[in-house]
Design a protein around this ligand. Structure first.
Ligand code: ZN
Length: 487
């Protein structure tokens, strides 16, 4: 496993074979290998060793942020210089950090203007910012756009965490041997990669393993076309969002998708346990579930007992209530505070991530020493719309939201299905509402036409977006209450 240095996150869509670059791979490779040793060593020491590693890394990160990040220096001003417990430190939020981006990062060469210009130039796809950083952009569950910079150490750590997870699986399956004998094709079905940081790690893992070839497929493609392409490609490994895997599982059950993968991988969205079981049943192979975010690519991995295990040696998660008081195990939190112990260029310390998690009281049946959680993330609906020939075509919520975000540069909106062939767009009032509506509607109609749904009406709702009363979160894509049929 090695890291390569020419791929950025937003590359998942490009088809390619994996070139093996021994010279370029060397430094990243050894970084990852040593990280992997460190992870194995720490975890073999059990809960206490993991807690000790977390403590040491937390102190180191806080010291570093205090000395190198003006934002944290100001936030921690007046606090004692001794090692501090997490709950002694103030909480940070994405809007506040993004507003002071240049003072948040610890490398003065990294600037918001520089990063924005870098991302705007499509020529830079696949390259690293300043030759050393990978950039991820995300809107996340709060709707505010964020830009996240990852350094070499963070990437090596995330890659090693994934390999550590795969090694556990390898003991239980014939996965690597079958990969070799069946051509080792991996299919990654994703949005533009910047929405889905984890896909980038798969790309790196695949690229550095010369016996695996990886190919990206876009979620924007009509489902029928995607199915045909996957049938041609015959992947032994398939990675995507849980909603997309559910759609593909239905295609597999219907006999249209004719692939026999050995391993499935889901990330980027919350995977409901029932959905996970249904996907595994349809494909007849195990599904690995990863919980991650742009702020911290690999927060936890799923286990056979149905829980997610936090990579607690590299991540600190604090479940809290509305007033940021700790939520006890067994209770769903209002939000969770994230500390990413692997990345120093843009410190994430007690950051309000917005997800609701429940910590499992007591040990997990699978025997993992890592803390077990469940995540209640944002859940958007898959839409099922009627085509002119009466067929129902299903659309992925992430595809719809990506189209609106990219065309209209808007981050707070709602797409509501109001009839079998009717969508309504809810936008906030404001001076540019007309322009936003115009751009979003045109992009949505283009997309619907490509999906053989040119007959679907798109209209502007009189009201603005309405947040969920219980959670306060905004569901961006809402299906009709009654099921309108299956594709
Ligand atoms: Zn477990």
């Amino acid at each position: 496993m090695a890291e390569h240095d020419t791929r950025a996150a937003n590359q998942a869509q490009t088809a390619r074979a994996a070139p093996w670059q021994p010279v370029n791979a060397t430094i990243g490779y050894w970084k990852s290998v040593s990280r992997l040793w460190e992870i194995s060593w720490t975890r073999s020491g059990g809960e206490q060793a993991i807690a000790a590693a977390q403590r040491i890394r937390f102190d180191g990160l806080v010291r570093f942020a205090r000395s190198r990040s003006p934002v944290y220096r100001d936030a921690y001003r007046g606090l004692p210089e001794r090692p501090l417990a997490a709950n002694e430190l103030p909480i940070v939020t994405k809007p506040a950090l993004m507003a002071h981006f240049d003072d948040w990062v610890t490398d003065p060469q990294v600037t918001l203007a520089g990063v924005t210009a870098f991302m705007a130039d499509r020529q830079h796809i696949g390259q690293r910012y300043l030759g050393r950083y990978v950039i991820w952009k995300s809107s996340g569950s709060t709707g505010e756009p964020g830009i996240f910079v990852q350094d070499e150490d963070a990437l090596a750590t995330f890659d090693a965490l994934m390999v550590a997870h795969l090694d556990r699986l390898r003991l239980a399956t014939r996965f690597p041997l079958d990969l070799l004998t069946r051509g080792g094709r991996a299919a990654l079905v994703a949005a533009t990669g910047e929405h889905f940081a984890s896909i980038a790690s798969w790309e790196r893992v695949c690229q550095s393993s010369p016996w695996i070839s990886a190919r990206g497929f876009s979620i924007m493609e009509p489902l029928r076309q995607l199915v045909a392409e996957l049938n041609d490609y015959q992947p032994v490994f398939l990675a995507s969002y849980p909603t997309m895997l559910s759609l593909l599982a239905d295609e597999k059950r219907a006999g249209r998708l004719r692939i026999e993968p050995l391993r499935l991988w889901s990330g980027g969205e919350r995977l409901a346990p029932e959905a996970g079981v249904a996907i595994e049943d349809a494909f007849g192979c195990p599904l690995s579930n990863e919980y991650g975010a742009s702020e911290c690519m690999s927060i936890a991995f799923g286990c056979a007992a149905g829980w997610l295990h936090v990579n607690a040696d590299w991540v600190l998660l604090e479940p809290v209530d509305r007033d940021y008081r700790p939520t006890p195990p067994g209770e769903a939190s209002h939000t969770v505070l994230l500390t990413n112990l692997a990345n120093r260029v843009q410190p994430i310390i007690r950051y309000d991530l917005g997800d609701s998690i429940t910590v499992k009281p007591g040990p997990c049946a699978c025997g993992s020493p890592l803390p077990a959680i469940q995540v209640e993330g944002r859940r958007d609906d898959v839409l099922s719309l009627r085509a002119p020939d009466g067929r129902f075509i299903r659309l992925l919520p992430l595809a719809l939201t990506t189209i609106v975000e990219e065309a209209a540069h808007v981050h707070r909106f709602q797409i509501v299905q109001t009839a079998a062939d009717r969508l309504s767009l809810r936008l906030d009032p404001g001076a540019d509402r007309g322009m936003v509506w115009h751009a979003a509607a045109r992009a949505l109609r283009d997309y619907l036409t490509r999906q053989s749904l040119a007959n679907v009406h798109v209209e502007l709702d009189k009201q603005g977006p309405i947040a969920d009363r219980a959670s306060g979160k905004l569901k961006e894509v809402i299906a009709m209450e009654r099921s309108v049929g299956q594709g």
